[in-house]
Every structure is written in structure tokens, then in C-alpha cells.
Design a binder for this molecule. Structure first.
Ligand SMILES: Nc1ncnc2c1ncn2[C@@H]1O[C@H](COP(=O)(O)OP(=O)(O)O)[C@@H](O)[C@H]1O
Ligand SMILES: [Mg+2]
Length: 252
């Protein structure tokens, strides 16, 4: 493949009359795990959704698999979006549906699979995240870690090539955080997918990232590998990795 999985070319995003991201250029390569860090309110979720074609840039272009989101008609957009798996903040499960039905949902919406094929794919996905026993449980009966894993199972259902995770370990205890991160790493190995992940946790970033980027002051700064980020001389990256409130990096 000769184009990056995702490319942002001089992208400016304005929401509610405010510029959230200004003149951002960034490429994510196939098979890469890119981790996005930054203060809360800095625009990490906005950056993810921009990559996924959900927010339109005021200026610049966003390419997914070499295609400019802006050039696509709605049917072509849906085709491209099927290559993407999304695990939103707080897992966004359907509360009135069982685990099974949550995972079946995208298959029912986006494929012509019959009931038997759906059942078989749902079982595969639940097994991959260790939730085979929980297929008839409702979301409110699941622990925080199980909910996150169910969200991941659902995002895997359509065999995505690129998976977006928005702070998947938020609110989890250290043991469940580790379990979840190991699961994500294993799934990545198995499926050779590209991963773009937001996290509030530097430890998580260091464990997962091929490359770390920092979102702050409307910019996106490539901090490099975990090693490079820790030794970066960029003032915003330095301030963030050292966790200092006072400095050029603006908190929400
Ligand atoms: N749909 C929206 N409309 C208007 N403003 C938004 C919208 N989504 C996010 N914002 C604003 O953009 C900024 C970045 O938000 P967000 O990406 O959610 O931050 P975080 O880094 O915590 O994920 C915030 O100031 C937020 O209020
Ligand atoms: Mg966010």
C-alpha cells in the first residue's frame, strides 16, 4: 500500500465558532500504533473524529486510505467507514441490548449476513475479548473492564483495518487497565490493524505506542517513540511528560 492509513494535510477544525485544531499535518502508517495524549479539553477526541471523517475541516484535507473524506458521496463514505472500528469514550453501548445484540448490531446494520452467520461472528468476537460467558448479560450487569471489552468486541465485528480507541482505560483499576491493554496489543498482532488511541495516561502511552503525539494549544506535536517523548526538548512535550501545571501548555 503506497498511501498512509490516515493523513491530515494542514487541517484546521472549528467547532461552535472556536478553532480547536489549527493547521495540523500528520500521517499514520499502516500497522502503526499511534497514541494521542494531551490535557483534557485539548482536542484529542476531536482529532480522532476528524481522522474518522466525522468532523469536516474548515481548511485542509483529511485522507483515509488515500481517499479524501470531503470528495466522497455518502455511499462511498459508508464504504470507507466500514474499514474503521471505533471504541468511543465510555464504550457507548446500547443499554437495552444484551452483549450478544450489541455486537450483532453493526452486522445487522451493515451486512447482509443471515442469522446463523451473525451468531457465529458474534461468538468469535466475544471469545476474542474473553466474554463468551457474558453473551446474554445486559450492559448494567457488566463490570467497567467487561464493558470496555464488549465495546472492543463490537468494534471488531466488521473486521476493521483501522481501530480508534478513545481513552479505553478511563476509570479502570490498574489490573483491569493492564488486562485491557494486553488484549488490545494481542488483537493488533492477530489482525495486523492500525491503531489510533487516545489516552489520559502516560504509562499507557509508553506501553502501547509506536509513536506518541501530543495535542495542546491547538497544535499536534509528534513526540516520537516513548523513549523520544521522555527525552523531548519540545517545551509543550516536556511540560506534559513532567506533569507541570505552569508553562506554555494550556489546560482546560
Ligand atoms: N461538537 C462540538 N461542538 C462545539 N465544541 C466542541 C464540540 N466537540 C468538542 N468541542 C470543544 O472542542 C474542545 C476539545 O474537545 P475534546 O476533543 O473533547 O477534548 P479532549 O482532549 O478532552 O478529548 C473543547 O473545548 C470542546 O468544548
Ligand atoms: Mg476526549
Amino acid at each position: 500500500m503506497d498511501h498512509p492509513a490516515i493523513k491530515l494535510d494542514h487541517v484546521t477544525i472549528e467547532l461552535g465558532g472556536e478553532v480547536v485544531l489549527s493547521d495540523v499535518s500528520l500521517e499514520v502508517q499502516h500497522g502503526e500504533t499511534l497514541v494521542i495524549v494531551g490535557p483534557s479539553g485539548a482536542g484529542k477526541t476531536v482529532l480522532l473524529k476528524t481522522m474518522a471523517g466525522i468532523y469536516k475541516p474548515l481548511k485542509g484535507h483529511v485522507y483515509c486510505e488515500g481517499e479524501d473524506w470531503q470528495d466522497l458521496q455518502s455511499e462511498e463514505k459508508i464504504r470507507l467507514a466500514r474499514k474503521i472500528g471505533m471504541q468511543f469514550q465510555k464504550s457507548a453501548l446500547f443499554d437495552s441490548m444484551s452483549s450478544f445484540e450489541n455486537v450483532a448490531f453493526p452486522l445487522r446494520e451493515h451486512t447482509t449476513m443471515n442469522e446463523q452467520e451473525i451468531e457465529s461472528r458474534v461468538r468469535e468476537c466475544l471469545a476474542e475479548v474473553g466474554l463468551s460467558q457474558a453473551q446474554n448479560m445486559m450492559p448494567h450487569e457488566l463490570s467497567g473492564g467487561m464493558k470496555q471489552r464488549l465495546g472492543i468486541a463490537r468494534s471488531l465485528a466488521l473486521h476493521p483495518e483501522i481501530i480508534f480507541y478513545d481513552d479505553p482505560t478511563a476509570g479502570l483499576d490498574p489490573i483491569n487497565t493492564d488486562i485491557l491493554l494486553d488484549l488490545i496489543l494481542n488483537l493488533k498482532k492477530e489482525h495486523a490493524s492500525t491503531i489510533i488511541m487516545v489516552t489520559h495516561s502516560l504509562l499507557c502511552a509508553y506501553k502501547m505506542a509506536d509513536r506518541i503525539v501530543l495535542v495542546g494549544n491547538k497544535q499536534v506535536i509528534v513526540a516520537g517513540t516513548a523513549e523520544e517523548a521522555q527525552h523531548s526538548s519540545h517545551p509543550l512535550v516536556r511540560q506534559f511528560v513532567e506533569g507541570i501545571m505552569e508553562g506554555p501548555l494550556k489546560w482546560d
